[in-house]
Design a protein around this ligand. Structure first.
Ligand code: SF4
Length: 350
């Protein structure tokens, strides 16, 4: 079964697989690692531009390690899941400090680095080094659950263990780099979440989900639970130069290390405005909106205010900046900030 599966997959890949994605060129552990981290939770089409800009700015791991966290987060702005960028930066520094700038090539050392899980480590070893190691990213989980009829949500340990066993068993010793790209590709292009293109699939004859008409059921889904709602005021504090005050968020927690608007709880709004001598701008132009995280909704009310102070409000100076929309600084911004600035720019157009 093992050889048959990989042979069919490789035959399909030779004819129909994608071979021109930017991270499939000049393959190296560094490029494979960055692409794998970007591709977690993010579509290929979105990642391409981010990957190219990232590689242009940081062509080597040394340059990434030398950069400031602000610059790394700046290049990540809009990709989401910012812990990925902070871990990427930490791992680059650790590889320079502890491995003399060379990527480790064994699984145990790789998974000990920040942000590198077993699947990412498997991709680095197999694609960049040609070593036999399995991967199990979201696309591969879907392909294997459907092909072999593995029921249940892959986030549950017993289901994940079964999928890992199958993935390990199927991984060939020959052409392991192509095999790894091929199985990810099959999930991304044919065996898609909805409406997979089974007629073109090399696994059509043996696929359990197809035979039993259970494609919709596989892989199993997580049972949805209602998530709580929180609310906040975001203060768009504008000075006399038309610049906005941003503060750096703590490294740990929501939007860690990014720059956001100062916030206040609804109950404290009046006291904050009074203490900081802030005057609400007469017309409220930005509408409240909801930002949804995996574990809660955040209802955001933007409040455009003017500061009568010429300097910073009370706070740590290196954690506060006046952000100039006409000459923006290279820093990472939270999603609400990019959204609100885009709206403000739109409103300013003649
Ligand atoms: S036959 Fe269809 S469901 Fe089965 S692996 Fe191929 S594309 Fe996916």
């Amino acid at each position: 079964m093992t050889t048959d599966f990989s042979d069919r997959l490789l035959r399909w890949f030779d004819i129909s697989g994608r071979k021109h994605l930017p991270w499939q060129q000049q393959i190296s552990p560094y490029r494979v690692w960055v692409s794998e981290i970007m591709l977690q939770q993010t579509q290929v089409a979105t990642v391409i531009g981010y990957f190219e800009r990232f590689m242009q700015r940081f062509p080597t791991i040394d340059q990434l390690a030398d950069a400031s966290e602000d610059e790394v987060l700046h290049l990540w702005t809009g990709l989401g899941y910012y812990a990925r960028a902070r871990n990427l930066h930490k791992t680059a520094r650790s590889i320079i400090a502890d491995f003399n700038g060379e990527f480790p090539t064994n699984l145990e050392q790789l998974v000990a680095l920040p942000g590198i899980g077993r699947s990412t480590a498997g991709a680095i070893i197999s694609i960049a080094c040609g070593g036999r190691a399995a991967i199990l990213d979201g696309n591969v989980k879907r392909v294997l659950a459907r092909c072999f009829g593995v029921y249940g949500w892959p986030g549950q340990t017993p289901v994940a263990n079964t999928l890992w066993e199958i993935a390990e068993r199927l991984t060939p010793t020959r052409r392991v780099n192509d095999y790894t790209q091929a199985i990810m590709d099959l999930g991304a292009t044919l065996c898609t979440r909805s409406r997979p293109d089974c007629d073109q699939c090399p696994m059509l004859e043996t696929c359990v989900a197809h035979k039993t008409d259970e494609i919709e059921r596989l892989p199993g889904k997580k049972t949805r639970q209602a998530i709580p709602v929180r609310s906040t005021y975001m203060l768009l504090i504008e000075n006399s130069e038309g610049e906005f005050l941003l503060e750096k968020r703590p490294s740990l927690g929501l939007w860690g290390g990014l720059w956001g608007f100062p916030e206040t709880e609804p109950a404290l709004l009046d006291a904050v405005l009074e203490n900081q001598a802030l005057e609400p701008v007469a017309a409220q132009v930005i509408l409240p909106f909801r930002h949804t995280f995996t574990h809660f909704h955040l209802d955001i009310t933007p409040l455009h205010v003017r500061s009568s102070r010429s300097s910073h409000p009370i706070g740590e100076p290196d954690k506060l900046i006046w952000y100039d929309l006409q000459a923006p600084q290279a820093i990472g911004l939270t999603r609400p900030v990019t959204r609100i600035f885009a709206q403000l720019k739109g409103l300013q157009k003649p």
